[in-house]
Ligand binder design. Structure first.
Ligand SMILES: Cc1ncc(COP(=O)(O)O)c(C=O)c1O
Length: 370
């Protein structure tokens, strides 16, 4: 991948209509390489969650860097990503007849493991497997404190695992957990990680005593990424946001401002003594809270002291009271969203500056359930 010069990039960006989502694929590749090197050093696999980018091109970058497979949340993401021919993990419990038939179609096309936490979802997967005449590997989901999907009680978890093993068209392949409740900076995560390690240890021990030693223990997130090696028993990490990063992940210390590979380019459309208005609002940036704390809806990397205090659908309001900078109508502004995955999901395509100009990066995994 040939890298364009900074002046070529700014010329290309001068001409594009805003708001426009810009991706730096060189930075994304460097982010992928760094994640793979760290995980490889600790004997862990990377199975990045594609919900961050929903793009075959970006998934290819992750696979070329060494990802062991991909994680998806929706059947549409799986249908799109199966063209890459790598192992897929559906990390969202499929339930109901409509998903069952779609799942059975997918199973004909790709190796797919499914994570779930109920007998109902297991039945859906088992019927989809029966339709396709195959056995589907299942991960049972442990709740390690987030209070979303997942079983807390190790005995109940073990009963579901043995049910998966007993059914003719499913098999027990291991455990999945998601530490999405850990939203403090990396150096403050010690006690929370110890608690996860304890809960996970008890679950693995209970399963093993029942003769169900988990082959796969799938966990991880971007905030906890660089401390993944502190979780005994973990075999793979699904961190996805780390491919692009955002205001949240950088504030939590999972990346630096130099790692940010995505921003929304906006234009100042109205200027006032203490405030400016840009043409990127909640339909470009997403109205996501800043989980690291401190408020605002995005970071202006070129003017970090400026606060993006409020959003309408097509307007972003910049509070200039802490800044000397006074933009004029027509000026361009780069904005890094609080949460990149939701901003990407609002775009038709991303734009990648290159030696031959801007080119679109398609988001094939978007649509049909988003
Ligand atoms: C089940 C699951 N696994 C992995 C991830 C990726 O985590 P992150 O966005 O912190 O990289 C998510 C994100 O929402 C998730 O829901």
């Amino acid at each position: 991948m040939l890298k364009p010069t900074e002046s070529a990039v700014s010329k290309q960006l001068d001409r594009i209509e805003t708001p426009a989502a810009i991706v730096d694929l060189h930075r994304a590749s460097a982010n992928a390489a760094r994640v793979c090197a760290y995980l490889r050093d600790h004997g862990l696999g990377w199975r990045p969650h594609v919900k961050t980018h929903k793009s075959v091109e970006v998934a290819r970058i992750q696979i070329e860097a060494g990802a062991a497979g991909l994680t998806v949340a929706t059947l549409h993401e799986a249908e799109v990503m199966c063209q890459l021919g790598v192992d897929l993990l559906l990390a969202h419990p499929p339930v109901g007849r409509a998903k069952e038939s779609r799942l059975s179609g997918l199973l004909q096309r790709t190796p797919l493991t499914v994570a779930l936490d109920s007998g109902e979802s297991l039945a859906t997967v088992a019927r989809a497997g029966a339709d396709g005449g195959q056995s589907v590997p299942v991960l049972v989901e442990l709740d390690v404190g987030m209070g979303r999907v997942g079983i807390t009680d190790p005995g109940e978890l073990t009963r579901l695992a043995s049910l998966a093993e007993e059914r003719a068209t499913t098999s027990f392949a291991g455990l999945l957990f998601y530490p999405g409740h850990i939203r403090m900076s990396s150096f403050e995560q010690g006690p929370a990680l110890t608690e996860i390690a304890e809960r996970l240890g008890t679950a693995i021990e209970t399963l093993s005593r029942a003769g169900l030693t988990p082959g796969i223990v799938s966990g991880g997130s971007t905030p906890t990424l660089w401390r993944s090696h502190e979780i005994p028993g973990l075999t793979e990490v699904r961190a996805g946001t780390c491919i692009f990063h955002d205001r949240d992940s950088v504030a939590l210390g999972a990346g630096t401002s130099d790692d940010i590979a995505y921003h929304v380019l906006a234009t100042v459309v109205s200027a006032h003594p203490d405030r400016a208005v840009v043409d990127a609002g909640s339909k470009a940036l997403a109205r996501e809270e800043f989980r690291a704390g401190g408020g605002g809806y995005g970071l202006l990397p070129d003017h970090p002291e400026v606060r993006l205090v409020s959003l309408s659908e097509e307007h972003g309001i910049l509070d200039l009271t802490s800044s000397q900078w006074r933009p004029a109508v027509g000026d361009r502004v780069r904005i890094v969203p609080n949460h990149v995955c939701v901003s990407v999901n609002l775009q038709d395509r991303l734009f990648s500056p290159g030696p031959n100009g801007l080119r679109p990066v398609h988001l094939e995994g978007r649509g049909r359930q988003q």
